[in-house]
Design a protein around this ligand. Structure first.
Ligand SMILES: C[S@@+](CC[C@H](N)C(=O)[O-])C[C@H]1O[C@@H](n2cnc3c(N)ncnc32)[C@H](O)[C@@H]1O
Length: 234
């Protein structure tokens, strides 16, 4: 597969079947679409989830697939003047929206960086957030993201996955079955059927907290990079 360069504007989709590579009008009006589709509840939902991340003043936070910057601005409210938020994204419209929205904060920025390729060298981060991106990637790319985050965090740092919960869509109510069959991409069905505790443990993390939302259809999963690395990796 030909991958996008980290430094050049994207033309082709990395994964044609994925729906998280948001572009064009959908990207320009992404926040409005989310608000309308959720009947106005998305804002409260995302504010609650970010509140559950326990962000401290001064935290350096990596925001993977940072989109329009809505989450970054919310996190900045907690990390404050002394913190820093670094978004990574590949969507031109999304990054433009991020830069406009976060322009007033010198310590909130976004860079073009595929989250499933090696990250550039940087000081260790205290936290990383990935919000509604992981489900839309092929599984090997998701594992690469987990590995990247493990190496980007300081020991004791935390990784927060805000995304769909874990369930079998075929065993949920009709609207949920319909949504996963006809609206979401096939990667999403694969995502919700996997054990994310196992995947995170496989990448070296320890799962510390889970916050389910909307009857378990969504979830904030928190995992910590241990302070002491596992014996095998010493
Ligand atoms: C569904 S949007 C979610 C945006 C934001 N995280 C939020 O919760 O509002 C997915 C975002 O991930 C970005 N994205 C998708 N695949 C990516 C990849 N491989 N590397 C970096 N960003 C990616 C898209 O450009 C888009 O901005």
């Amino acid at each position: 597969m030909s991958m996008n360069s980290s430094t050049h504007a994207n033309t082709a989709k990395r994964y044609p079947d994925s729906q998280v590579e948001v572009r064009g009008l959908e990207a320009r009006y992404y926040d409005l679409l989310m608000d309308v589709a959720s009947l106005g509840r998305y804002k409260g939902f995302i504010e609650g989830a970010i509140g559950d991340m326990d962000i401290q003043p001064g935290d350096r936070i990596l925001d993977l697939g940072s989109g329009s910057g809505r989450n970054a601005c919310l996190m900045r409210h907690y990390s404050g003047e002394d913190g820093e938020i670094q978004g990574y994204d590949i969507g031109d419209e999304m990054m433009a929206r991020f830069r406009t929205r976060c322009a007033r904060h010198g310590n909130v920025q976004v860079a073009r960086q595929p989250i499933d390729e090696d990250f550039p060298p940087d000081a260790p981060f205290d936290k990383a957030l990935i919000s509604f991106v992981l489900h839309g990637l092929p599984h090997p790319s998701r594992l690469k993201v987990l590995d990247n985050v493990y190496h980007a965090l300081r020991p004791g740092g935390t990784f927060h996955i805000l995304d769909f919960g874990e369930f079998d869509p075929d065993h949920r109510a009709l609207p949920v079955r319909w949504f996963f069959r006809h609206v979401e991409c096939p990667y999403a069905t694969d995502y919700v059927r996997r054990s994310w505790t196992e995947n995170l443990e496989g990448a070296g993390f320890v799962v510390t907290e889970q916050h389910p939302y909307v009857w378990g259809l969504a979830r904030l999963l928190t995992a910590q990079k241990p302070v002491t690395p596992p014996l095998a990796s010493v």
